[in-house]
Design a protein around this ligand. Sequence first.
Ligand code: FAD
Length: 387
Amino acid sequence: MIDFSIPSETQMLLESLRRFIKEELAPHEAEVEEVQYVRPELARELRDKAKNLGLFAMGMPAEVGGGGLSAVDMCLCEEEFGFTKDALVRRAFGAIPGSLENCVGDQREKYLLPAVRGDINVALGMTEPNAGSDAAGIKTTARRDGDDFIINGSKHFISDADVADAFIVTAVTDPSKGGKGISAFLIDKGTPGFTVGRIQYMMGLRATNHAELVFENVRLPKSQMLGPEGSGLFQALSTINKVRLGMVGGRSVGMARKLLQMSIDYANERKQFGQPIGQFQMVQAMLADMATEIFAARMMVLNAAWETDQGFDPREKVSMVKYYASEMLGRVADKAVQIFGGMGYCREMPLEQLYRDARVYRIFDGASDIHRVVIARSLLKNGRQAL
Ligand SMILES: Cc1cc2nc3c(=O)[nH]c(=O)nc-3n(C[C@H](O)[C@H](O)[C@H](O)COP(=O)(O)OP(=O)(O)OC[C@H]3O[C@@H](n4cnc5c(N)ncnc54)[C@H](O)[C@@H]3O)c2cc1C
């Protein structure tokens, strides 16, 4: 028998998350959208409140002070996160790169544990102006000089760069080895030669800021290397599935559920030709399509998360989740705007904001096209075993 029920402990966690989002985060949504950042004192206040309720760093392992949630539970939490703004989620509940778990020795005291406590923010810098989808094509170099490494190059689009105290950065340590010649380094803000550049303002996700990083002869001791030499790309890719499932899959389902709820309410309230627009079959068709696609995406997310919890490596399914859930969100957002008519396009409603926010889910953490390539290659190689 397959049991799809949500355990009462998880239900209680989701209830408390819902309450927190409604009471503590929602009142600040308009402000952060307007000013495009989260005030540091507000960030501290939200983090402290979330910590007191055990809602901070929920996806990090319990051994390092995190909530130790399973992939399934984390995806359910991400659905709730989809009901508010990404920037508030990051500051209240934490946005900790998974590869920080590879910290060893003093690195744990300096980076991993403070990040899980919420004392420092850490950002992940891989993408470069000339290397996005092709993450192995980076040009930033880490040249050995005695016991040190000298870093030169640049990154862009790095989320949270404006608030990060430290960065995990990929750089080429051995150009002859391709992807296996890329290593990861921990770099503190303020290290001589390292500059956080201009903020690159985006179409959506306002207040989650993305910036350039510039490295000019940055000298780092070998102790700043994260994980073994040559494992930088592998570390990033082996933790990214968690992000794709939760922060993209679960979050897309949550955002789409919010859009559907708003659309249902509007279809019941808004009258044209003497009746609620929800009585018109073409509006009904849109609502039905939205709900059906959300249901499909939700099942995909939870199934791939469950397989992850069982110790499998469902990478093709994770690609399907990343691809389908983000595309589903785009279609749901588009239909929601249509149901709202002119009001959907008007800045007085939060809908245009959600529509803009939704767009990037099809681009980051592997664009849809890249995931379709991954799925197809696996099918051609393994046949239906990919399922
Ligand atoms: C809001 C936001 C936040 C981000 N945060 C971070 C972050 O914190 N850290 C970080 O390192 N990066 C971050 N990124 C970067 C992000 O991961 C990249 O934008 C993404 O990987 C795509 O790379 P690109 O933008 O260079 O597009 P490109 O790689 O130039 O792709 C352009 C187009 O070509 C297509 N394409 C490329 N190669 C292929 C192929 N082989 N087959 C078929 N189609 C292909 C793509 O699908 C896409 O449609 C962020 C980006 C955004 C927009």
